[in-house]
Design a protein around this ligand. Structure first.
Ligand code: ATP
Ligand code: MG
Length: 146
């Protein structure tokens, strides 16, 4: 079934000039990019987005990193897009990510939080994150956003 996911190229990916390469990889998987933007985030939206790790000791460093430069938020759409994008990205720790995945090819093997890209971990979280980052109010019972 076709579905939406929320993807965000992190500051390290933008700084390394990987935006075009990542877009190419998303398209070559057969996914569409419905909307994208280039912007700097504020601390408030990050605290919401990372509520599940906000109390971890590494969060302050990670927050500083996420605020350090532009990010590229995107709405990606396609068949099993949530899991498909997670497969394309590779696991959280770039040191454990296989060659051929985005994190395996470009992530920082020493610094865990510098892992190039974010992707939603479920269809429901994808809709919540799309609402949060694109300032939309969605009907979660309906599949069509655009
Ligand atoms: P993301 O949500 O960014 O797609 P994820 O779902 O693979 O990644 P989460 O557990 O949601 O991983 O953690 C969110 C982010 O927090 C990770 O992508 C990474 O940047 C950072 N992070 C997670 N664990 C650690 C850690 N132990 N040390 C440093 N940073 C971490
Ligand atoms: Mg996550």
């Amino acid at each position: 079934m076709k579905e939406y996911t929320y993807i965000m190229i992190k500051p390290d990916g933008v700084r390394m000039g990987l935006t075009e390469e990542i877009i190419k990889r998303i398209h070559s998987k057969g996914f569409e990019i419905k909307l994208f933007d280039v912007r700097k985030l504020d601390g408030e939206i990050l605290d919401e987005h990372y509520a599940h790790i906000k109390d971890k000791p590494f969060y302050p460093t990670m927050k500083e990193f996420m605020l350090s430069d532009y990010v590229v938020p995107m709405i990606v759409y396609g068949e099993n897009a949530v899991q498909g994008m997670r497969d394309l990205m590779g696991p959280t720790k770039s040191s454990e990510a296989p060659v051929g995945t985005i994190r395996g090819d470009y992530g920082n093997k020493e610094v865990i939080n510098e892992n190039v890209i974010h992707g939603s971990d479920s269809r429901e979280n994808a809709l919540i994150e799309i609402e949060r980052f694109f300032n939309l109010k969605l009907n979660h019972g309906e599949d069509i956003i655009f």
